[in-house]
Design a protein around this ligand. Structure first.
Ligand code: SAH
Length: 252
């Protein structure tokens, strides 16, 4: 059984208890060295084989995982954040399926959650937005035509952009096209959320590219955009004294 584990956004104590326990019992760990905090590897027992997948191909990763399985040791494939978001995990699961090797996925705290925590923001504010769009600027990986940023931006929903901080000018231009966000919509860049070197830049879609350039931020950052970063919203129904729900009767 191969364990795909979400390592969380960076801080070593933001992995789940289940993930940490698997690392403590691991005989082999293949980790995504570009973003996983190496301090997590300190949990591994002596003698555990550890490989950084940053320089490996899909085939090489699979070879390692299959070797771990053959040895009968606890084999962990450690992904940054949560494996389901830009994790390239599906192709690995499908290969294991073909090889007849069982696997499971242990979720992790995605960086979009850590970024909201760092910015002390809530994506789903009543009367502002009830939708979070998780997307990316098109880079070398194409984005389907119908999901172009300029189309998604028309919803003016809360948005978390992955893998886009190296293309900020293009990103901000696409966000402010016709019927899209206005350039003075709030935007926040969170660099290395939950790491000691975390940085938060607050501005607008119009200013954030220059701010990031001045701060030297080009990668490992999330761009958050939307009116949820502002101060106008309605209070929730959930805690409204005049509103009854399954767990509480109205008191007013
Ligand atoms: N599976 C990961 C995302 C992998 S894609 C997750 O759930 O978070 C890699 C991108 O994620 C980076 O380019 C960056 O946009 C974002 N990212 C990952 N860790 C981050 C962090 N600690 N702070 C800000 N952005 C991060």
């Amino acid at each position: 059984m191969i364990h795909f584990v979400g390592a969380g956004p960076g801080a070593p104590d933001l992995i789940t208890l289940r993930g940490a326990e698997l690392l403590r019992r691991a005989g082999m760990i293949v980790y995504a060295g570009s973003l996983v905090n190496p301090r997590l590897l300190e949990l591994a027992p002596q003698g555990c084989e550890i490989y950084d997948s940053a320089s490996m191909t899909l085939e090489q990763v699979l070879e390692k995982l299959a070797a771990g399985e053959k040895k009968g040791v606890v084999t962990v494939r450690l992904h940054t954040g949560d494996p389901s978001i830009y994790g390239a995990v599906r192709e690995q699961m499908d290969r294991l399926e073909k090889l007849g090797i069982a696997y499971e996925v242990v979720p992790g705290v995605s960086s979009f959650c850590a970024a909201a925590a760092a910015a002390k923001a809530e994506y789903t504010l009543p009367s502002v937005s009830q939708t979070l769009i998780i997307t990316r600027m098109e880079g070398r990986t194409p984005v389907p035509e119908r999901e172009k940023l300029s189309l998604l931006a028309r919803h003016r929903a809360s948005m978390a952009l992955f893998l886009s901080s190296g293309l900020l000018k293009e990103t901000c231009a696409a966000l402010t096209g016709e019927d899209c966000y206005s350039p003075d919509t709030r935007a926040v860049i969170v660099y290395k959320a939950s790491w000691p070197e975390e940085k938060i830049l607050r501005g607008t879609i119009g200013t954030i590219a220059a701010q990031a350039e001045a701060a030297g931020i080009r990668n490992t950052a999330l761009v958050l955009v939307g009116d949820f970063l502002g101060d106008d919203y309605e209070l929730s129904k959930l805690y409204d004294a005049s509103f009854s729900h399954a767990f509480r009767k109205a008191s007013k």
